[in-house]
Design a protein around this ligand. Structure first.
Ligand code: SF4
Length: 375
């Protein structure tokens, strides 16, 4: 069997599902409640939904989605600032695709584009730098959105703009880093998370040391890949740890994640950005959870370069994205889910993004009950 095939083999999946169901029953009996595990990566959310794992693992296990969709955790005020940049004359806003449809308080980049604003989707921040070099008559503001997976490429683009002497390129930095959000989840007294399924891509960048806090809390956590059997195996390892009374971070994705992570990417981020407190949708400010432009590259900071009007964000009535991102509710618990909010007419970012929990549940798991309905 080729290496990758075993992660997709239905016979292995069947055996894992059976084993996980039995282990979950034992742990749930010990806890006196369902076992709550959280996947903190949007790509895992989609993989779990697409494979239908939530419905296959039985009633003893409660798999919740967390704050792993980068577009979804963007704060309302930041979305409004993106719209404000798009409204400034002479500016081209460059962004990754998902961001365009995310609604802010009064508009979205998509609506601004329809009204005449210059919004360009770039597959890579390097393309935005090349565009700025080819269009010296326009100011290009790139939207730096995402976790440790996208931040290194944005850091590189800023260095590239510097080395090319570009004066018409800047970045609105809203990057976030994952580990402090895990601490915030564990510090919430309303949440009882028994274990984390940790993100594969982010971990490939930050390595295992970044999860020291989980190790010191002795919280069972497994880094894993994105095939159904990867995820099932991670759940199995989490449950086995719980039965054994153990709690540590296991690297279940060693084919990609190295212990030290990607040190070149880490170095690029450290060179360009500083760590700062950051606002996350649903969480508020999480200490040391964001990146801001470092002093040396301040001239590429769009917030410093342009004066924006005062921002007064308004959260749409009824949207439960904040609680969904914290795992307190499932998409089905939102009264707007499916009735009003759908991928073609999204009310909140969790329905916009391909990695959003609401979109994943809508596409693959509409029949399942919400957290509120089960508890
Ligand atoms: S279903 Fe729509 S309105 Fe409800 S939480 Fe999800 S994105 Fe927000």
């Amino acid at each position: 069997m080729k290496d990758l095939e075993k992660f997709r083999d239905p016979r292995i999946a069947k055996a894992l599902i059976k084993e996980v169901g039995a282990l979950a029953a034992r742990v749930a009996e010990r806890l006196g409640r369902r076992v709550v595990l959280m996947e903190v990566c949007g790509t895992h959310t989609v993989a779990i939904s697409r494979a239908g794992l939530r419905g296959l693992l039985g009633d003893c296990l409660d798999l919740r989605s967390g704050p792993g969709c980068p577009v979804c955790v963007a704060d309302y005020a930041d979305i409004d600032r993106m719209v404000a940049f798009a409204r400034l004359p002479g500016i081209t806003v460059g962004t990754f695709g998902d961001m365009v449809r995310v609604p802010g308080s009064v508009s979205s980049l998509e609506r601004e584009r329809a009204a005449g604003a210059k919004i360009r989707i770039f597959y890579s921040p390097a393309d935005a730098v090349a565009y700025a070099a080819d269009h010296p008559e326009r100011e290009v503001v790139f939207l730096g959105v995402g976790f440790e997976t996208t931040a290194p490429a944005v850091a590189l683009s800023i260095k590239e703009a510097e080395s090319r002497g570009l004066k018409n390129f800047s970045v609105f930095v809203t990057h976030k880093v994952v580990p402090p959000a895990l601490d915030a989840l564990l510090g919430d007294p309303e949440l009882k998370i028994d274990g984390f399924i940790l993100p594969g891509h982010v971990s490939a960048i930050i390595g295992l040391k970044a999860y020291d806090s989980l190790n010191s809390r002795r919280l069972p956590s497994v880094i894993t890949g994105f095939e159904a059997n990867d995820i099932l195996d991670a759940v199995r390892q989490l449950l086995q740890m719980m039965l054994a009374g153990e709690g540590r971070v296991i690297n279940g994705y060693a084919r990609v994640v190295r212990t030290a992570g990607n040190m070149i990417a880490q170095q690029q981020m450290a060179e360009v950005f500083d760590i700062a407190d950051a606002p996350w949708r649903g969480f508020g400010i999480i200490p040391d959870s964001g990146l801001v432009m470092g002093e040396r590259f301040k001239k590429f900071d769009a917030l410093d370069k342009f004066a924006l009007p005062p921002i007064k964000p308004r959260v749409p009535t009824g949207c439960a994205c904040g609680d969904i991102l914290k795992g307190k509710l499932a998409p089905r618990d939102c009264t707007l889910f499916e009735r009003v909010c759908k991928p073609m007419a999204p009310v909140g970012p969790c329905m916009v993004s391909s990695e959003g929990a609401c979109a994943a549940y809508y596409n693959y798991e509409r029949h399942l009950k919400g957290v509120a309905a089960v508890e």
